[in-house]
Write a protein that binds this ligand. Sequence first.
Ligand code: FO1
Length: 321
Amino acid sequence: MALNRIVVLVGGVGGAKLAHGLAQILEPERLTIIVNTGDDFWHYGLRVCPDLDTVLYTLSGLVDPVNGWGIAGDTAHMLEALRRYGEEGWFRLGDRDLATHLLRTMWLRQGRTLTQVMDELRARLGVPQRLLPMTDAEVATVVDTVEHGELEFQTYFVRYRWQPVATAIRYRGLEGASVSEDVARAIGEADAILFGPSNPWLSIAPILSVPGMRELLLARDVPRVALSPIIEGNAVKGPAAKLMAELGYEPSAAAVARYYGDLINGYVFDERDAGLNIPVARATTFDTLMKTQADRARLAGQMLDWINSWGRNESLGDHPG
Ligand code: FO1
């Protein structure tokens, strides 16, 4: 099976690591990264796009290696100045990171699309891979919680540190959203579509909820392979396992595979979970923890080698059960 063009759907930190692994082993023109924008929000008049920026900073080598988001060595003078004015400053916008939000907001105000803005930012930072927002429309993830009712995503995630109990997750603004031409072309030309180890509900589901996205993906008779974000019932990072339990799913790699259902025809999960019964036509295990940059390239290579080994002429649409 000739895997020339690879599309990967990602959210923030975990997805950015897989994207970086792929970027290390593929020629740049073979990789397109489609990124969740449900986490995006307006903050002090600026358009902030955390997942896009996390991928941008990871691929450009600027990312803070401890947090996995933001810029390494960034300072917080702006935040301190905001607090002097009595502002809470709960969202830690670093001084250098601010430049990204200023440019993005200016260019958006001048009428450029988010796709064009991100293309300019990644080119100026020397990132050669295509980095596409899931849509150019403003779609916002909203979390319904027991304690506070409806919360904007960043309020839920950062301000309340994802501690409130979630009862539902919704995506606002879908009625005005569509798949961009660039995203449609990338999916249409892909020889394999990967789902990053990002939170299925908070990071991948917003991408899938863009009108037309599911149909585009399902129309492609190519490997569509997800990488589990759950290892031994726990999320590698963030609230995936907690959310699954709150939304009525058993937190496991198997439940994530069931959630993706017929969107995927292949599944990669961690070798520590080797005993699990995975309801996907093709499934395999690797060491999926990406602790180092070398781990990212190793796992990306293992995934592509495995997909390459699939039979040449079988139809990929089959899905048991
Ligand atoms: N995450 C936090 O937990 N606390 C923060 O203060 C914070 C600030 C921040 C600033 C810019 C940026 O691009 C990302 C930032 N993140 C922060 C991460 C981000 O909000 C989340 O990791 C994602 O939205 C979830 O994928």
